[in-house]
Design a protein around this ligand. Structure first.
Ligand code: TYM
Length: 333
């Protein structure tokens, strides 16, 4: 039986190799299976949990949908829309926020990381954002949610919220408890400067990540400057545990080339780092270059991108409004 896939990406600009390898590449694969029904959401409501420039946000929404299409998701066969245009997301988030418990949210590590030391100054939206994420998923009866490892805890919370809602109202299996789809090995692409830190758009140094908009020479330069260590290239998998930066670069290579980590190690064992880095930047450019070109081309046709989002919104609204109506009935509105 096919899967009902739902996932989202924030339109905050600077989509990077972590987003691509950890999530979008998997979206493409899942969308190619004819048995699956896929919905990919540009989560603009999530984006405003931190301050956004309205003009840039509008452009970033288009850029995110352009990235989906440029990466290989067919807009004719899959639903793509932006979250703010389907009001059921905000409504369901409110209702589910009355089901979720403070204690559950207090455990969310991403909030702690993002809010930093001055939690008092973080927006309430940043705190409750995993509830909105649960609303996104549960409105569509998604069975599977492809994400990177950093979203795993939010998905566990989504499962808890679904189960509590069903229990509280005594309706078995009304909100479907979704399964996370987290790729083994490729679910956590790390910073090029620190193999223990996630590659992230909010990291100050641009040298820490490969952005999908970087040009060829910038990618070559960033890989050249990527941190490694003084040992020779590894020859065995178990050497990688203590070498996080080298591990990360080999993971990137194997994901881009669709080979196993073992095969990547074998290919470069006994070669030197400069050779590996040259091949790595070449492989990234071969994969990302055409996507970047296509994103730029698509961004020249704003009407086309807006049309895709509008059509997606109509289809998504149809599904979401049925579910929210049932939720209203169950709650007693
Ligand atoms: P966001 O926009 O931060 O990231 C989008 C996707 O990219 C993955 N990702 C990574 N994967 C591997 N390595 C990395 N360094 C890396 N950085 C980011 C994320 O795990 C994610 O899959 N809350 C979500 C968006 C969201 C969502 C949803 C996802 C909203 N509603 C419903 C699934 C279902 C977020 O902020 O992702």
């Amino acid at each position: 039986m096919g899967k009902k896939i739902f996932s989202g990406v924030q339109p905050t600009g600077n989509l990077h190799l972590g987003n691509y390898l950890g999530a979008i590449k998997n979206f493409v694969k899942l969308s190619e299976d004819k048995d699956n029904e896929c919905i990919f959401c540009v989560v603009d409501l999530h984006a405003i949990t931190v301050k956004q420039n309205p003009v840039e946000l509008k452009e970033n929404i288009r850029e995110t949908v352009a990235t989906f299409i440029a990466s290989g998701i067919d807009p004719k066969k899959n639903i793509m829309f932006n979250q703010s245009q389907v009001s059921a997301h905000s409504e369901a988030a409110w209702i589910l926020s009355c089901v979720a418990r403070m204690g559950w949210l207090n455990r969310m590590t991403q909030f702690k990381e993002k809010a930093g030391k001055d939690k008092e100054k973080a927006s309430i939206g940043l705190y409750s954002y995993p509830i909105l994420m649960a609303a996104d998923i549960l409105l569509y009866d998604a069975t599977h949610v492809p994400v990177g490892d950093d979203q795993k805890q939010h998905l566990e919370l989504c499962r808890d919220i679904a189960q509590k809602f069903n229990n509280d109202f005594g309706i078995d299996n009304f909100l479907k408890v979704p399964e996370p789809l987290i790729q083994k090995n490729f679910s956590r692409i790390m910073s090029l400067k620190d193999g223990k830190k996630k590659m992230s758009k909010s990291e100050i140094s641009d040298l820490s990540r490969i952005n999908l908009k970087d040009d060829e020479s910038l990618i070559i330069n960033k890989i050249k400057k990527a941190k490694t260590d003084t040992l020779p290239m590894p020859t065995k998998l178990d050497e990688l545990g203590k070498r996080p930066e080298v591990n990360n670069l080999l993971i990137i290579y194997s994901s881009i080339k669709d080979i196993s980590l073992e095969e990547a190690i074998k290919e470069f064992s006994r070669k030197n780092f400069s050779e590996f880095k040259e091949d790595l930047s070449q492989s990234i450019n071969d994969k990302i270059g055409p996507i970047t070109k296509e994103i730029k081309k698509l961004l020249n046709d704003k009407n086309y991108l807006d049309k895709i989002l509008q059509e997606g919104c109509i289809k998504a609204s149809e599904i979401a409004s049925k579910k929210i109506n049932k939720i209203h009935e169950i709650v007693g509105f």
